[in-house]
Design a binder for this molecule. Structure first.
Ligand code: HEC
Length: 220
């Protein structure tokens, strides 16, 4: 009995510590983004929002405009018109408009590339982080998830002018877009997985019928 209790408490400890590390070590529970990478309209809105509110500082160095166009149902002309007012060529990499070295001067730190951020920290982290800004008594902005962060509260104006539901959707769309950017092939991979499972299921039935056929006349 004692042993069982020990095993049980150890398992609880492991579960608790992995939950804490999943939350990124800040000890706060993450909000669920409930985003859907199959929702193309949300991805399109997210791409435009990203271009307007994040691209000034953050790059997506593993992504090109024409790939976004292809995956999100835009033409090559449309993608650059919508995301950079035609300032880029479709084949360009999604680089931020910030010149090298400037970030270090302005923010005292480098601005991370966001290509793989959703893979690194999870979509729910991004969703919670960009919504976690609050003002202290002196009126200074800080972030509950990344206390003392150098990133300004870039969505402040949007939040003030949007209803709570619209702001939820806006931040969900940005998160959705960044999850897509983290693994553009994900939807295809899932679809392939389902096809493989279906194939295996049909194969199982055929094999079973074949087995019955082979053993039909044999007494066993
Ligand atoms: C004015 C420049 C600027 C803009 C615009 C900006 N960021 Fe940032 N961002 C930063 C800086 C600087 C950091 C590094 C923060 C730090 O290390 O404290 C950062 C860090 C981050 C991180 C990583 C946080 C972590 O835990 O390390 C994420 C995610 C992020 N930004 C998302 C976004 C999104 C999404 C947008 C658009 C809605 C955006 N940022 C717009 C400057 C910016």
């Amino acid at each position: 009995m004692k042993k069982m209790f020990q095993v049980f408490s150890m398992l609880t400890l492991i579960a608790l510590s992995s939950a804490a590390s999943a939350a990124g070590g800040h000890g706060l529970a993450l909000d669920k983004a409930h985003n859907d990478i199959r929702d193309t309209e949300s991805l399109q809105r997210g791409a435009v929002l990203f271009a307007n509110y994040c691209l000034a500082c953050h790059s997506l160095k593993y992504m090109r405009y024409n790939r976004i166009a292809n995956d999100l149902g835009w033409s090559n002309e449309e993608v650059v018109a919508k995301l950079t007012y035609g300032m880029n060529k479709p084949v360009d990499i999604v680089n931020s408009h910030m010149q090298e070295g400037v970030a270090l001067d302005v923010f005292g730190t480098e601005v991370p590339d966001l290509s793989l951020m959703a893979r690194l920290k999870g979509p729910d982290y991004i969703y919670t982080f960009i919504r976690a800004y609050h003002q202290d008594e002196q009126g200074n902005w800080d972030n509950k998830i990344l206390v003392g962060t150098a990133m300004p509260n870039v969505l402040e104006g949007l939040k003030r002018h949007q209803s709570a539901e619209d702001f939820d959707q806006t931040t969900r769309d940005i998160t959705n877009f960044l999850e897509y950017v983290g693994e553009p092939i994900k939807v295809t991979r899932y679809d392939l997985g389902i096809k493989v499972m279906l194939f295996l299921f049909v194969l199982f039935i055929l094999t079973y019928l074949l087995k019955r056929e082979y053993w039909r006349d044999i007494k066993h």
